[in-house]
Design a protein around this ligand. Structure first.
Ligand SMILES: Nc1ncnc2c1ncn2[C@@H]1O[C@H](COP(=O)(O)OP(=O)(O)O)[C@@H](O)[C@H]1O
Ligand SMILES: [Mg+2]
Length: 296
Protein backbone atom coordinates (compact mmCIF):
# COMPACT_ATOMS: atom_id res chain seq x y z
CA UNK A 1 0.00 0.00 0.00
CA UNK A 2 1.42 3.37 -0.96
CA UNK A 3 1.88 5.87 1.81
CA UNK A 4 1.22 9.45 0.89
CA UNK A 5 1.39 12.55 3.09
CA UNK A 6 -0.31 15.77 2.04
CA UNK A 7 1.55 18.61 3.75
CA UNK A 8 -0.63 21.44 5.02
CA UNK A 9 -0.48 24.28 7.57
CA UNK A 10 -1.69 24.10 11.15
CA UNK A 11 -4.85 26.25 11.31
CA UNK A 12 -4.77 26.28 15.13
CA UNK A 13 -8.23 26.88 16.55
CA UNK A 14 -9.62 28.12 13.21
CA UNK A 15 -11.20 25.73 10.71
CA UNK A 16 -8.70 24.74 7.98
CA UNK A 17 -9.01 26.85 4.83
CA UNK A 18 -7.90 24.18 2.38
CA UNK A 19 -11.18 22.87 0.95
CA UNK A 20 -9.28 20.61 -1.47
CA UNK A 21 -7.55 18.69 1.28
CA UNK A 22 -10.33 16.49 2.77
CA UNK A 23 -11.55 15.66 -0.73
CA UNK A 24 -8.10 14.56 -1.78
CA UNK A 25 -7.49 12.46 1.32
CA UNK A 26 -10.82 10.73 0.79
CA UNK A 27 -10.20 10.07 -2.92
CA UNK A 28 -6.67 8.73 -2.34
CA UNK A 29 -7.93 6.39 0.37
CA UNK A 30 -10.78 5.22 -1.86
CA UNK A 31 -8.13 4.42 -4.48
CA UNK A 32 -6.33 2.17 -1.97
CA UNK A 33 -3.54 4.44 -0.74
CA UNK A 34 -2.67 5.22 2.87
CA UNK A 35 -3.15 8.97 2.69
CA UNK A 36 -2.84 11.48 5.52
CA UNK A 37 -2.86 15.23 5.88
CA UNK A 38 0.08 16.33 8.07
CA UNK A 39 1.16 19.74 9.34
CA UNK A 40 4.46 20.59 7.68
CA UNK A 41 5.88 22.06 10.89
CA UNK A 42 4.81 19.16 13.15
CA UNK A 43 8.10 17.93 14.69
CA UNK A 44 6.60 14.49 15.38
CA UNK A 45 6.02 13.51 11.76
CA UNK A 46 8.33 10.82 10.39
CA UNK A 47 8.37 12.03 6.78
CA UNK A 48 10.67 9.20 5.69
CA UNK A 49 7.89 6.64 6.20
CA UNK A 50 5.96 8.04 3.25
CA UNK A 51 6.56 7.03 -0.36
CA UNK A 52 5.56 10.53 -1.40
CA UNK A 53 5.06 13.85 0.35
CA UNK A 54 2.90 16.27 -1.64
CA UNK A 55 3.07 19.92 -0.56
CA UNK A 56 -0.57 20.91 -0.64
CA UNK A 57 -1.34 23.95 1.49
CA UNK A 58 1.62 25.05 3.60
CA UNK A 59 0.03 28.47 3.46
CA UNK A 60 1.91 30.04 6.36
CA UNK A 61 5.32 29.42 4.80
CA UNK A 62 6.03 32.75 3.13
CA UNK A 63 6.47 34.49 6.48
CA UNK A 64 8.67 31.64 7.74
CA UNK A 65 10.87 31.31 4.68
CA UNK A 66 14.00 29.97 6.36
CA UNK A 67 12.17 27.37 8.43
CA UNK A 68 10.27 26.21 5.37
CA UNK A 69 13.41 26.03 3.27
CA UNK A 70 15.09 23.85 5.91
CA UNK A 71 12.03 21.59 5.96
CA UNK A 72 11.95 21.28 2.16
CA UNK A 73 15.61 20.26 2.02
CA UNK A 74 15.21 17.79 4.89
CA UNK A 75 12.08 16.09 3.53
CA UNK A 76 13.48 16.10 0.00
CA UNK A 77 16.43 14.08 1.30
CA UNK A 78 14.23 11.64 3.25
CA UNK A 79 11.73 10.71 0.56
CA UNK A 80 10.19 11.80 -2.71
CA UNK A 81 8.84 15.33 -2.38
CA UNK A 82 6.45 16.92 -4.87
CA UNK A 83 7.25 19.33 -6.14
CA UNK A 84 10.95 18.45 -5.86
CA UNK A 85 13.00 20.48 -3.39
CA UNK A 86 15.01 22.19 -6.14
CA UNK A 87 11.81 23.37 -7.87
CA UNK A 88 10.21 24.54 -4.62
CA UNK A 89 13.33 26.42 -3.49
CA UNK A 90 13.64 28.19 -6.84
CA UNK A 91 9.95 29.11 -6.76
CA UNK A 92 9.72 30.52 -3.21
CA UNK A 93 11.59 33.66 -4.28
CA UNK A 94 9.76 35.69 -6.91
CA UNK A 95 13.03 36.83 -8.41
CA UNK A 96 12.31 33.82 -10.65
CA UNK A 97 10.07 36.20 -12.66
CA UNK A 98 13.17 38.07 -13.79
CA UNK A 99 14.76 34.79 -14.89
CA UNK A 100 11.66 33.76 -16.82
CA UNK A 101 11.50 37.17 -18.50
CA UNK A 102 15.15 36.76 -19.51
CA UNK A 103 14.23 33.33 -20.93
CA UNK A 104 11.64 34.99 -23.17
CA UNK A 105 8.46 34.38 -21.18
CA UNK A 106 6.03 37.34 -21.53
CA UNK A 107 6.06 38.60 -17.95
CA UNK A 108 4.69 41.55 -15.97
CA UNK A 109 7.63 44.03 -16.06
CA UNK A 110 9.28 43.84 -12.65
CA UNK A 111 11.97 45.78 -10.82
CA UNK A 112 13.43 44.52 -7.55
CA UNK A 113 14.35 46.79 -4.64
CA UNK A 114 16.42 45.07 -1.96
CA UNK A 115 16.88 46.57 1.53
CA UNK A 116 19.34 49.45 1.30
CA UNK A 117 18.52 50.30 -2.30
CA UNK A 118 17.07 53.77 -2.98
CA UNK A 119 13.28 54.07 -3.38
CA UNK A 120 13.15 54.88 -7.08
CA UNK A 121 9.46 54.75 -7.86
CA UNK A 122 7.52 55.43 -11.08
CA UNK A 123 6.46 59.08 -11.52
CA UNK A 124 4.23 58.71 -14.58
CA UNK A 125 2.04 55.65 -14.01
CA UNK A 126 0.23 53.70 -11.33
CA UNK A 127 2.28 50.85 -9.85
CA UNK A 128 2.24 47.94 -7.43
CA UNK A 129 4.66 47.23 -4.58
CA UNK A 130 4.75 43.70 -3.15
CA UNK A 131 7.28 41.32 -1.57
CA UNK A 132 9.35 38.70 -3.41
CA UNK A 133 8.13 36.19 -0.83
CA UNK A 134 4.38 36.47 -0.46
CA UNK A 135 0.98 34.91 -0.97
CA UNK A 136 -2.64 35.95 -0.81
CA UNK A 137 -1.78 39.56 -1.63
CA UNK A 138 -0.03 40.05 1.71
CA UNK A 139 2.00 43.25 1.86
CA UNK A 140 0.83 44.20 -1.65
CA UNK A 141 -0.64 47.59 -2.55
CA UNK A 142 -1.02 49.90 -5.54
CA UNK A 143 -0.05 53.58 -5.75
CA UNK A 144 -0.51 56.53 -8.07
CA UNK A 145 2.52 58.82 -8.54
CA UNK A 146 0.77 61.27 -6.17
CA UNK A 147 0.90 58.68 -3.36
CA UNK A 148 4.68 58.59 -3.30
CA UNK A 149 4.98 59.13 0.47
CA UNK A 150 2.67 56.22 1.30
CA UNK A 151 4.62 54.02 -1.10
CA UNK A 152 7.94 54.99 0.49
CA UNK A 153 6.56 54.15 3.94
CA UNK A 154 5.43 50.74 2.61
CA UNK A 155 8.89 50.08 1.16
CA UNK A 156 10.58 51.14 4.38
CA UNK A 157 8.47 48.72 6.40
CA UNK A 158 9.23 45.85 4.03
CA UNK A 159 12.94 46.61 4.00
CA UNK A 160 13.00 46.87 7.80
CA UNK A 161 11.59 43.34 7.94
CA UNK A 162 14.24 42.14 5.49
CA UNK A 163 12.01 41.72 2.43
CA UNK A 164 13.04 42.58 -1.08
CA UNK A 165 10.28 44.51 -2.84
CA UNK A 166 8.97 44.12 -6.37
CA UNK A 167 7.75 47.16 -8.28
CA UNK A 168 5.45 46.58 -11.27
CA UNK A 169 3.19 48.79 -13.36
CA UNK A 170 -0.41 48.32 -12.27
CA UNK A 171 -1.88 46.36 -15.21
CA UNK A 172 -5.30 47.93 -15.75
CA UNK A 173 -6.26 44.99 -17.95
CA UNK A 174 -6.97 43.10 -14.74
CA UNK A 175 -9.97 45.35 -14.10
CA UNK A 176 -11.39 44.38 -17.51
CA UNK A 177 -10.47 40.73 -18.14
CA UNK A 178 -9.38 39.62 -14.65
CA UNK A 179 -6.56 37.25 -13.73
CA UNK A 180 -6.54 33.73 -15.16
CA UNK A 181 -5.08 30.74 -13.37
CA UNK A 182 -4.15 27.81 -15.59
CA UNK A 183 -3.63 24.74 -13.47
CA UNK A 184 -1.43 21.84 -14.57
CA UNK A 185 -1.20 18.45 -12.91
CA UNK A 186 0.82 15.41 -13.96
CA UNK A 187 2.21 17.34 -16.93
CA UNK A 188 -1.12 18.27 -18.53
CA UNK A 189 -3.62 21.10 -18.28
CA UNK A 190 -6.05 20.25 -15.48
CA UNK A 191 -8.43 23.19 -15.53
CA UNK A 192 -8.47 26.97 -15.49
CA UNK A 193 -10.18 29.63 -13.43
CA UNK A 194 -10.58 33.38 -13.55
CA UNK A 195 -10.87 35.92 -10.76
CA UNK A 196 -11.28 39.66 -10.40
CA UNK A 197 -8.73 42.27 -9.31
CA UNK A 198 -7.48 42.05 -5.72
CA UNK A 199 -5.90 45.47 -5.19
CA UNK A 200 -8.52 48.19 -4.75
CA UNK A 201 -7.18 51.77 -4.92
CA UNK A 202 -6.21 53.13 -1.52
CA UNK A 203 -6.24 49.78 0.29
CA UNK A 204 -3.40 49.77 2.86
CA UNK A 205 -0.63 47.27 2.22
CA UNK A 206 -1.18 45.61 5.60
CA UNK A 207 -4.95 45.17 5.19
CA UNK A 208 -6.32 41.65 4.75
CA UNK A 209 -7.37 41.03 1.15
CA UNK A 210 -9.85 38.77 -0.56
CA UNK A 211 -7.42 36.54 -2.44
CA UNK A 212 -9.76 35.12 -5.12
CA UNK A 213 -12.65 37.54 -5.72
CA UNK A 214 -15.39 36.34 -8.08
CA UNK A 215 -13.64 33.07 -8.89
CA UNK A 216 -15.20 31.27 -11.86
CA UNK A 217 -14.37 28.55 -14.36
CA UNK A 218 -12.42 29.65 -17.41
CA UNK A 219 -11.65 28.21 -20.84
CA UNK A 220 -8.04 29.18 -21.60
CA UNK A 221 -7.20 30.84 -24.91
CA UNK A 222 -4.43 29.68 -27.25
CA UNK A 223 -2.36 32.72 -26.26
CA UNK A 224 -2.72 31.89 -22.55
CA UNK A 225 -1.76 28.26 -23.14
CA UNK A 226 1.28 29.34 -25.13
CA UNK A 227 2.57 31.61 -22.33
CA UNK A 228 1.86 28.92 -19.72
CA UNK A 229 3.73 26.25 -21.66
CA UNK A 230 6.67 28.54 -22.27
CA UNK A 231 6.83 29.34 -18.55
CA UNK A 232 6.70 25.67 -17.56
CA UNK A 233 9.39 24.76 -20.10
CA UNK A 234 11.63 27.49 -18.64
CA UNK A 235 11.76 26.10 -15.09
CA UNK A 236 15.48 25.46 -14.38
CA UNK A 237 16.40 21.80 -14.72
CA UNK A 238 13.08 20.83 -16.26
CA UNK A 239 14.01 20.52 -19.93
CA UNK A 240 14.21 16.91 -21.01
CA UNK A 241 13.10 15.52 -17.64
CA UNK A 242 9.64 15.15 -16.14
CA UNK A 243 7.93 18.42 -15.26
CA UNK A 244 6.69 19.30 -11.80
CA UNK A 245 3.75 17.27 -10.48
CA UNK A 246 1.65 20.43 -10.20
CA UNK A 247 1.80 24.03 -11.37
CA UNK A 248 -0.42 27.05 -11.50
CA UNK A 249 0.24 29.78 -14.05
CA UNK A 250 -1.35 33.17 -13.24
CA UNK A 251 -1.82 35.54 -16.17
CA UNK A 252 -3.01 39.13 -16.61
CA UNK A 253 -3.38 41.03 -19.89
CA UNK A 254 -0.80 43.69 -20.69
CA UNK A 255 -1.55 47.04 -22.37
CA UNK A 256 -1.58 45.29 -25.78
CA UNK A 257 -4.21 42.79 -24.59
CA UNK A 258 -1.73 39.89 -24.62
CA UNK A 259 -1.33 37.69 -21.50
CA UNK A 260 1.63 38.28 -19.20
CA UNK A 261 2.89 36.02 -16.45
CA UNK A 262 2.06 37.43 -13.00
CA UNK A 263 3.06 34.41 -10.97
CA UNK A 264 4.17 30.80 -11.57
CA UNK A 265 3.07 28.93 -8.45
CA UNK A 266 4.99 25.69 -7.91
CA UNK A 267 4.86 25.49 -4.11
CA UNK A 268 1.34 25.28 -2.68
CA UNK A 269 -1.30 26.24 -5.26
CA UNK A 270 -4.94 26.24 -4.25
CA UNK A 271 -6.48 23.73 -6.69
CA UNK A 272 -10.07 25.10 -6.52
CA UNK A 273 -11.48 21.56 -6.80
CA UNK A 274 -14.87 22.78 -5.57
CA UNK A 275 -15.16 24.75 -8.77
CA UNK A 276 -13.86 21.83 -10.85
CA UNK A 277 -15.17 18.65 -9.19
CA UNK A 278 -14.37 16.60 -12.29
CA UNK A 279 -10.65 17.23 -11.75
CA UNK A 280 -10.41 15.27 -8.49
CA UNK A 281 -9.97 11.96 -10.28
CA UNK A 282 -7.12 13.26 -12.48
CA UNK A 283 -5.34 14.75 -9.48
CA UNK A 284 -5.69 11.51 -7.52
CA UNK A 285 -4.34 9.42 -10.41
CA UNK A 286 -1.37 11.73 -10.91
CA UNK A 287 -0.46 11.62 -7.19
CA UNK A 288 -0.74 7.82 -7.13
CA UNK A 289 1.46 7.56 -10.22
CA UNK A 290 4.06 9.83 -8.62
CA UNK A 291 4.06 7.71 -5.43
CA UNK A 292 4.28 4.48 -7.41
CA UNK A 293 7.44 5.50 -9.19
CA UNK A 294 9.45 4.65 -6.11
CA UNK A 295 7.10 2.29 -4.28
CA UNK A 296 7.52 -0.42 -6.79
N1 LIG B 1 1.18 44.45 -11.47
C1 LIG B 1 -0.07 44.24 -11.06
N2 LIG B 1 -1.13 44.81 -11.70
C2 LIG B 1 -2.39 44.59 -11.28
N3 LIG B 1 -2.71 43.84 -10.20
C3 LIG B 1 -1.70 43.27 -9.52
C4 LIG B 1 -0.33 43.42 -9.91
N4 LIG B 1 0.43 42.74 -9.04
C5 LIG B 1 -0.41 42.16 -8.16
N5 LIG B 1 -1.70 42.47 -8.43
C6 LIG B 1 -2.87 42.01 -7.70
O1 LIG B 1 -2.46 41.55 -6.43
C7 LIG B 1 -2.74 40.14 -6.30
C8 LIG B 1 -1.60 39.46 -5.54
O2 LIG B 1 -0.39 39.59 -6.26
P1 LIG B 1 0.47 38.33 -6.69
O3 LIG B 1 1.63 38.82 -7.47
O4 LIG B 1 -0.40 37.33 -7.35
O5 LIG B 1 1.03 37.79 -5.30
P2 LIG B 1 0.49 36.64 -4.31
O6 LIG B 1 -0.72 35.98 -4.93
O7 LIG B 1 1.64 35.69 -4.23
O8 LIG B 1 0.23 37.36 -3.04
C9 LIG B 1 -2.95 39.64 -7.71
O9 LIG B 1 -3.84 38.52 -7.72
C10 LIG B 1 -3.54 40.85 -8.42
O10 LIG B 1 -4.95 40.96 -8.20
MG1 LIG C 1 -1.19 35.48 -6.86
Amino acid sequence: MRRIALATYDPGTEPGKDADLPELVRALRAAGAEAEARYWDDPDVDWGRYDLVVIRSTWDYSWRAEEFDTWVVRVGALTRLANPASVVRWNTDKRYLGELAAAGVPTVPTRYLAPGEPAELPADHEYVIKPTSGAGGRFAARYTPGEHDRAVAHLARMHAEGFTAMVQPYLTGIDVSGERALQFFGGRLLHASRKGAVLAPGTPYDADKVAHPGLERWQPTEAELAVAEKALASIPGVSGGPGPLYARVDLVDGPDGEPRLMELELVEPNLFLRLHPGSLERVTEAILAAAGDIAG
